[in-house]
Design a protein around this ligand. Structure first.
Ligand code: AMP
Length: 280
């Protein structure tokens, strides 16, 4: 595996690779790697892509400074995992490499309603920060297949918009959520759960399954309040648990039984915020 820290080096190197006819498979991450991240890499490798993984904990997407400060950093372990999985390149930039002109954005990304709904509502500025970093990373990496996880459902939709609006030469490949055996979606933030929180955490997935299996056409308010009650009784503080249109994320209150929908949740277990979603 080649380790590169400078944006210009990566750009030149990949330009050369593309001239040889190679297709780049790019996996952006914030590190503290787990099987979810590695599955994105494996997917890129299965498609015979030249794989580039980036690790950069992006300050501009954290609306809560405490969350940024406590974000787990396990770089040595990450390096070992990436070598083991035979990633071709690790891009490990400093903040200055990503934001040479400082953290303030020069651009406001037009994300429409996506920015007001769900994560957008509860994490103001988060998706602008996500767009800022992905826009920059894609300008460094150049034309590629971009591998991202369905666990961050709304983020995938935001990135589709970013690619379209900026005319970026990236093709988004969405990979299914990887879960622990008890259903908990893998996440770097799971490392911050203590033993008793970890024992409760799978309730998130079980609640999504409950909604998925009990939903019937019609008004959803009873089903959703039952689901929310379960989470609250288990000790969660809910930001949202909603049914939404799978393509627009607009809330669905009355389901016609045919519309493609997703159930999405974000909830805190004490200090740790977990998100998950399931197609219905
Ligand atoms: P992060 O390091 O949390 O920014 O995540 C980097 C990429 O990994 C994003 O595209 C995430 O959606 C994806 N990812 C994180 N957790 C999972 C998971 N459990 N299953 C699949 N993809 C994931």
């Amino acid at each position: 595996m080649i380790l590169l820290k400078h944006a210009d080096d990566l750009t030149q190197f990949l330009e050369h690779k593309r001239q040889e006819g190679t297709i780049i498979g790019f996996v952006p991450t914030m590190g503290a790697l787990h099987e979810g991240h590695l599955t994105l890499l494996k997917e890129a490798k299965a498609r015979k892509r030249f794989t580039v993984v980036s690790i950069f904990v992006n300050p501009t997407q954290f609306n809560d400074p405490a969350d940024f400060k406590k974000y787990p950093i396990t770089i040595e372990n990450d390096l070992n995992l990436l070598i083991e999985q035979q990633a071709d390149v690790l891009f490990l930039p400093t903040q200055h490499e990503i934001y040479p002109n400082g953290l303030d954005s020069q651009h406001h990304y037009q994300l429409g309603n996506l920015e007001q709904l769900l994560e957008g509502k509860f994490r103001p500025g988060h998706f602008q920060g996500v767009c800022q970093v992905v826009d920059r990373l894609l300008s460094v990496v150049g034309a590629c297949e971009l591998f991202m996880g369905r666990k961050d459902y709304q983020q995938c939709m935001v990135i589709e918009k970013l690619i379209e609006h900026r005319g970026l030469k990236a093709s988004l490949k969405i990979v299914n959520t990887v879960r622990e055996p008890d259903g908990l979606a893998m996440s770097s933030r799971n490392q911050r759960l203590n033993a008793s929180e970890r024992a409760i955490a799978p309730t998130i997935f079980n609640t999504l399954r409950f909604v998925q299996t009990h939903i019937k056409a019609g008004d959803q308010s009873n089903l959703l309040s039952q689901a929310r009650d379960t989470l609250v009784k288990s000790g969660f503080k809910i930001d949202y648990l909603e049914l939404a249109d799978a393509k627009t994320l607009e809330p669905v209150h009355d389901w016609n039984g045919r519309q493609e929908i997703v159930v999405l949740v974000a909830a805190f277990l004490n200090e740790v915020r977990l998100i998950d979603n399931l197609a219905v």
